[in-house]
Design a binder for this molecule. Sequence first.
Ligand SMILES: Nc1ncnc2c1ncn2[C@@H]1O[C@H](COP(=O)(O)OP(=O)(O)OP(=O)(O)O)[C@@H](O)[C@H]1O
Ligand SMILES: [Mg+2]
Length: 255
Amino acid sequence: MNTSVQQNGQIAPGIQAMLQVEGLNAWYGGAHILFDVGLTVGKGEVVALMGRNGAGKSTTLKSIMGLLERSSGKISFMGKDISRWQAYQIARAGLGYVPEDRRVFSDLTVVENLETGRQPARHWPDGTEGFFWTQESLFSLFPNLGNMLDRPGGKMSGGEQQMLSVARTLMGNPFMVLLDEPSEGVAPVIVEQMARMILALKEKGIAILLSEQNLHFAELVSDRAYVLEKGQVRYTGSMRDLLGNEAIKQKYLTV
Ligand SMILES: Nc1ncnc2c1ncn2[C@@H]1O[C@H](COP(=O)(O)OP(=O)(O)OP(=O)(O)O)[C@@H](O)[C@H]1O
Ligand SMILES: [Mg+2]
C-alpha cells in the first residue's frame, strides 16, 4: 500500500496521506451544497478548511464522517475506501470528530463525559502502536479539565466544554481528528490553550483537519489551508501563502 501523495505541492513529498477526499458532492434534501470538493491531509499535518458562514465547512466534515443522508465522491482514510461506511465504523477506524455544537453531556461530570468516548487502543497498519490516551495523559494536555473532575458538563464555560469535547474524542485514540471550529465562541485565553493543544497533538503524529473562520487561529496551528466558498474549493496552498494573499483573503475570508 503506497498512499503517499504529491500533487500540486499539496502534501510534502514522502508524507503519507491519512485522508483523501475526491469529487465530494453533498445535499440537504434537494439542496446541492458541496460541489466536487477535493482535499488531502498527511500524517501529522494540520490543515485548515476555511471560509465564511455557510461556505460548506461543517458539511464537508459531516460528509467525511458519513453523517449526511446524501453525498457522493470518494473518501479514503489510511488507504481504505470509507465512502460508504457508517459513522460508527469510521470512528472505530480511528477518525475522530468534534462537532460544531460540542455535545457535552450536561448532567455527566468531566470524568463521566470522558468515559463515554473510550475506545480500544489501535495499531498503525505496519503494526506499531498507535495512541493510548488515559485520563492522566489527557489532563497533562488539558490542565483545566484536571481541576474540575466532578464538574457537570452543564456547569462549564464554552471554552471548557470545547476542551472536554476534544478530550473525549481523544479517548477514542484516533489517528486523525476532524475539528469543527474549535475557536468559535471561546475566550481568547482558551484559544491560546487550544492552539497549544493542537500543536501538541501534531507533535505526536496525529493529523488534524479543522474548520475555521478565524484566520489568526488558523495561522497559529495550520500547515496548509483550503478555502471554500459556496461549496467549492476556491484556493489551496500553504498557510503562509494564504496569509500573504490579500486578494484571496478579501474575496473569501474577511468580513
Ligand atoms: N441541516 C441543514 N439543512 C439544510 N441546509 C443546511 C443544513 N445545514 C447547513 N445547510 C446549508 O448548507 C450550506 C453550508 O452550511 P455549513 O454548515 O456546511 O457551512 P459552514 O461553512 O460550516 O458555516 P458556519 O461557519 O456558519 O458554521 C449553507 O447554505 C447552509 O445554510
Ligand atoms: Mg460550520
